[in-house]
Design a protein around this ligand. Structure first.
Ligand SMILES: O=C(O)CCC(=O)C(=O)O
Length: 274
């Protein structure tokens, strides 16, 4: 048998018809999903959002991007802080959320609006990168995940239209100091070429939960159609406590704040001030 050494399985979480129709993972599936995320750095749950609704979202996304530079979107409400983008199936996805919480605790947080990764017909291959570095990059080992992106493809992802390439397990790799300090955590191409990777081929309306330390890149789109993918970033909550009762929310008067040095303002940057 011919072996190419290129066969890598996409880490998919297989779920039952009941879970799919009820929009609810069993505790066993949550544990299996969290395990794939921990060990492979990502987990894919295929075809969990209705295709016709995803097709509408794809059209709405294109309309937002077409109008991006228009005056309206700059002065008025952000066009993605409305339906269909704010639908709970996207911002509180019932398949991604329990896995996110199993991995990063109940107090995860995120910001809106979320993003969209689009590849245009004829676009180039992207550089290999991580979206987040290690939490303590100077340590010789990786800590548990603290930033996760949830991706939702709005069209079928294929090799032809530039399905994202991902290096499973790369979330655990410790960078050399030179790479560690490079912008965007760019990864050494020769090093990546020696490690297994795959393109994330999957149907529209699948959900990907990916540790943001995983090496990945957008691939060339050789079709005539733009390829959109929603990208929602979630953070583990550590120490910033904007909702702690009372103490941290006291407003600092303007005259005191402006008299503080830049260094002091930086230390107290989360404090409310006039
Ligand atoms: O568009 C893609 O396939 C991936 C892009 C991406 O995740 C990134 O630029 O961080």
């Amino acid at each position: 048998m011919k072996t190419t050494g290129k066969t890598v399985n996409i880490p998919k979480l297989e779920i039952s018809d009941k879970e799919r129709s009820e929009n609810k993972l069993t505790p066993e599936s949550i544990e299996a999903g969290a395990r794939l995320l921990r060990e492979a750095g990502l987990v894919v749950i295929e075809s969990v959002l209705p295709r016709d609704w995803i097709a509408e979202l794809n059209v709405a996304m294109q309309t937002v991007l077409d109008n991006e530079n228009e005056e309206d979107s700059q002065n008025g409400e952000h066009p993605m802080l409305k339906m269909p983008f704010m639908d709970p199936r996207v911002i509180d996805n019932p398949f991604a959320m329990p896995i996110l919480k199993a991995a990063m605790g109940e107090k995860i947080f995120a910001y809106l609006p979320y993003g969209c990764n689009s590849t245009q017909p004829g676009c180039d291959i992207q550089w290999i990168h991580r979206d987040s570095g290690q939490l303590f990059p100077e340590l010789p080992f990786a800590l548990p995940v603290s930033t996760i992106v949830v991706n939702i493809p709005l069209v079928d992802f294929t090799v032809e239209n530039g399905a994202t390439e991902v290096w499973p397990g790369s979330h655990l790799i410790i960078d050399d100091p030179a790479v560690r300090n490079s912008p965007y955590n760019v990864c050494d191409e020769d090093r990546a070429a020696r490690l297994p990777s795959f393109q994330l081929e999957m149907p529209a309306g699948s959900v990907v939960v990916r540790d943001m330390r995983c090496w990945h890149r957008a691939m060339p789109n050789r079709t005539q159609t733009i390829r959109h993918m929603l990208a929602l970033v979630y953070f583990r909550r550590f120490h910033h406590s904007p909702d702690a009762p009372g103490i941290f929310s006291r407003r600092i008067p303007e005259e005191i704040w402006t008299d503080m040095s830049e260094e002091t303002q930086e230390v107290y940057r989360f404090q409310t001030h006039d």
